[in-house]
Design a protein around this ligand. Structure first.
Ligand code: G3H
Ligand code: 13P
Ligand code: ZN
Length: 332
């Protein structure tokens, strides 16, 4: 049994309370590789931002759970080495799918877990979430739960269509489970194709797809039911058009990729939403930089040559999100 406290990590309690009060959101960046970890830490330190580093089931399979946990421990030490006296870094399990996975993460040093029972019938979601909360709280680990279903297909997260969270259920759910934060569905979805072209309109000037707005009325109704309660938005990549264009220019094929416009995320961050999940934008930033590098340097084969610009591009993206979208800078 390793406590996250021994590793210098923190849970989400205090940072969420401050974020809700301050009208900003904490970035929750997924990581699978050392370069993502380095870029996240550099960005958080340079902007003086708290940060959530999150690990999906796919990441655990790809990188190995033990390695990811040591990387998070390394992240804390790296942040200190970069001059941050008191780093606020959370190691979070993203989309935990069972009590056993959550327990194994809690036992190995995670400071926060998500139990995603959103695809279960309501009462089963409550029972599973409550079981995880009881174990997690005994170890001072915070728990994110989910009500409502996000559309979208990812490696490990899959649903054909979305069902918005029902505001009339949130008080009962939060009270009976004791969860610390709640992921909701208001129209975001996972991946780089958040909306089909049919769901969008086209900007007559640029020809680009314009996605439908998020259901801010549902968010407002949830906020009214649970004032001050931390709300989480998954599927919040904005799929930057310049990165998509770079990928497509240098041999990639991402037709009609579309994300959540940043002005909508800004609006969400200023409300009860205090954690915003971003994974796909990091994947796009990395891929765009690598594709460009290979096209311009066909003779390069040392991974350090192409992973350096990839890391720089991800760091630029993380800093942009923190400073210009979520507003979590200068909070340490
Ligand atoms: O919510 C899903 C995250 O983007 C993680 O995706 O399961 O492919 O690692 P993944
Ligand atoms: P994106 O695919 O929009 O980056 O969402 C990531 C996410 O919600 C991770 O849980
Ligand atoms: Zn998610």
């Amino acid at each position: 049994m390793v406590s996250y406290k021994e590793l210098g990590l923190v849970n989400t309690k205090e940072m969420f309370a401050k974020a809700v009060k301050g009208g900003y959101a904490i970035p929750a960046f997924n990581f699978n590789t050392m370069e993502q970890m380095q870029a996240i830490v550099q960005a958080a330190v340079e902007t003086k931002s708290p940060v959530i580093m999150q690990v999906s089931k796919g990441a655990r399979k790809y990188a190995n759970p033990t390695i990811l946990r040591y990387m998070a421990q390394g992240a804390v030490e790296y942040a200190k080495e970069l001059g941050c006296a008191n780093p606020q870094i959370v190691l979070h399990l993203d989309h935990g799918d069972s009590f056993e996975t959550c327990k194994s993460c809690i036992d190995s040093g995670f400071s926060s877990v998500m139990i995603d029972g959103s695809s279960l019938p309501y009462e089963e979601n409550i029972a599973l979430t409550k079981k995880v909360v009881e174990y997690a709280h005994a170890h001072d680990v915070t728990v994110e739960a989910e009500l409502g279903v996000l559309a979208g297909v990812e490696d490990e997260v899959c649903a054909a269509e979305s069902h918005y969270t029902k505001p009339e259920e949130v008080i009962d759910f939060a009270t009976r489970t004791g969860c610390d934060s709640l992921a909701i569905s208001i129209g975001t979805s996972h991946g780089a194709y958040k909306f089909t072209p049919e769901q969008c309109t086209r900007d007559p000037q640029t020809g680009k797809l314009v996605p439908p707005p998020l259901a801010f009325d549902v968010l407002a109704a949830i906020e009214e039911k649970l004032p001050g309660f931390p709300i989480v938005l998954h599927g919040s990549s904005s799929v930057p058009q310049d990165e998509v264009d770079t990928i497509n220019k240098y041999g990639g094929k991402l037709p009609d990729a579309v994300g959540i416009p940043e002005e909508q995320l800004r609006k969400a961050a200023a409300s009860a939403v205090c954690k915003i999940n971003i994974d796909s934008d990091s994947r796009l930033a990395m891929t765009a930089a690598i594709r460009k590098h290979f096209a311009e340097n066909p003779g390069h084969f040392d991974p350090r040559q192409y992973l350096t610009p990839a890391r720089e591009n991800m760091k630029k993206m993380y800093i942009h999100k923190i400073m210009n979208v979520l507003g979590s800078n200068d909070k340490l």
